[in-house]
Design a protein around this ligand. Structure first.
Ligand code: ADQ
Length: 465
């Protein structure tokens, strides 16, 4: 076998951090960029630009020692592939929302077309010995399209979002083709054992597949190794952010703002998977149940709008804004309002300071592949007086973060009870739980995740096919 020379990372959007230790970039971008420097490979994806007619022209640039290769898509691609199949079909379906899933045939066709375009642009750049690592639901068919063009290199795929139960997946026309495409990869990575089990259930129960002696799954005349790789935090960097001057300033600002009050924080993109409506209802229930706590709490919700071109997101925004407004109108006083709703993004460094100022981190998605905000909240806490994480049992993170207060986010009573318990928790118990959570975060950070995946991709090819 040729020596492995390079790693090629492929994702829909390419976002290497502009600065080595940039707190503005996500932990994933930092980890991938570090791997690309180590393997001297490149990052391939969509430029984020649309043009009238697709050309396939590649743009190559270096960002902070990372080579980035992008291509533009045409307007129809953007509508059918990005807004359509990726964010209008697969995202809701994989988050168990078949009520919001668009089952348009043209979306599926656009999705296949863009994946073939990606493959045609990428294949000529692949050299013998390269490892290829494809990310997320936008690009499930990419491995198969590369194989059709004769690429024989090891190719791995990692899904950042949940894998749905077979009963949901089978509502998708052409679900078989989607799953079959995954068998063109050498390695399939999912966030947790739960999503892995759901994938296996489809393969064994729906596709007539079997498990081989070495653990690989066989179906469609091929086999793939499927494994859980829970993504971690850029733990070391994030702790540094949390101690930085920018974080201190954000902390001071929030501490002054919430003086004599306990702050509860929620942070996420405005998305129906994150359970915001249910959370607001739970918070209002908490106010109703605990009259003594009214005026003593402040719930800060940072939720910038996202994917505004998809209708379900416009509807959601209107509902959330109305709900937050109604709760505030019902409960506010001249000098206090229970909910502070903020529609903008902050750097992760600023967020680290804000997290530290919050007594409770409220992370209650209805369904989430992992959820990194839960991990960031914990990593940002003051060791001498840590806050409490309230975490949905339906976030992948709940399968690792057992010392959080685990809740069912669909129940406003459970949310209200958990808030009460978190706000009343003694420092000794908070510290004990926090230390255990930190221990887990430090052992499973994003660099370990990346190294585990790359090692497994190499091994998947070396083992029996
Ligand atoms: P997301 O659904 O985007 O990611 P999450 O894991 O929580 O969710 O990551 C969000 C990131 O964006 C965090 O680093 C957070 O700090 C940042 N962020 C969120 N709101 C912000 C705001 N208002 N301002 C600035 N930054 C903000 C997908 C999957 C997850 C999975 C990740 C990684 O849906 O389940 O954990 O990929 O695999």
């Amino acid at each position: 076998m040729a020596a492995i020379s390079r790693l090629i990372v492929v994702s829909n959007r390419v976002s290497p951090p502009e600065h080595r230790k940039s707190g503005a970039a996500g932990g994933l971008a930092v980890a991938v960029a570090a791997a690309l420097r180590q393997y001297s490979g490149f990052w391939f994806g969509w430029s984020g630009q649309t043009i009238e007619t697709f050309t396939g022209e590649l743009h190559t640039r270096r960002v902070n020692d990372v080579e980035v290769v992008t291509l533009d898509l045409e307007d129809a691609d953007y509508q059918e592939y990005y807004n359509g199949y990726a964010n209008g079909t697969l995202w809701p379906l994989f988050h168990y929302r078949i009520d919001l899933t668009a089952y348009e045939r043209s979306f599926g066709e656009g999705y296949e077309r863009v994946n073939r375009r990606f493959a045609a642009a990428l294949a000529p750049l692949v050299q013998p010995g390269d490892l290829i690592w494809v990310h997320d639901y936008h690009l499930i068919p990419l491995g198969r399209a590369l194989r059709e063009l004769g690429v024989t290199n090891p190719i791995g795929f990692f899904l950042h979002i949940p894998w749905p139960a077979p009963q949901l997946l089978t509502t998708l026309p052409r679900h078989r083709q989607l799953v079959e495409a995954l068998f063109s990869y050498d390695l399939l990575g999912l966030q947790t054992d739960e999503w892995l089990s759901a994938f296996e259930a489809y393969v064994l129960g729906e596709a007539g597949g079997s498990r081989e002696a070495d653990g690989r799954l066989r179906a469609f005349g091929r086999s793939v190794r499927a494994q859980a790789f829970p993504i971690g935090l850029d733990f070391g960097d994030f702790q540094k952010f949390a101690r930085s001057r920018t974080a201190d300033r954000a902390y001071d600002r929030m501490a002054a703002h919430s003086a004599f009050r306990a702050m509860i924080i929620g942070v996420e993109r405005l998305d129906y998977s994150k359970g915001l409506e249910e959370r607001l209802a739970g918070f209002e229930k908490f106010l109703e149940d605990n009259p003594d706590m009214v005026r003593k709490v402040l719930y800060l919700q940072i939720a910038p709008t996202s994917r505004e071109e998809v209708e379900a997101y416009q509807d959601l925004r209107a509902r959330i804004w109305a709900l937050a407004g109604r709760i505030n109108a019902a409960w506010a006083d001249m000098d206090w309002a229970p909910i502070q709703y903020v529609n903008r993004t902050y750097s992760r460094v600023e967020l680290a300071g804000v997290y530290r100022a919050a007594r409770v981190g409220l992370v209650t998605p209805l369904r989430d592949g992992m959820n990194l905000v839960a991990k960031e909240y914990v990593a940002a806490q003051d060791p001498s007086d840590p806050g409490v994480l309230v975490l949905s049992r339906f976030a992948g993170a709940a399968r690792q973060m057992h010392e959080a207060l685990i809740v069912n986010p669909f129940s406003r009573e459970e949310l209200a009870d958990a808030l009460k318990r978190a706000l009343a928790m003694e420092r000794a118990e908070r510290t004990r739980r926090w230390e255990a959570l930190m221990d887990g975060l430090s052992r499973t950070d994003v660099h370990a995740w990346r190294d585990d995946f790359v090692a497994a991709l190499k091994a998947a090819r070396d083992g029996p096919a």
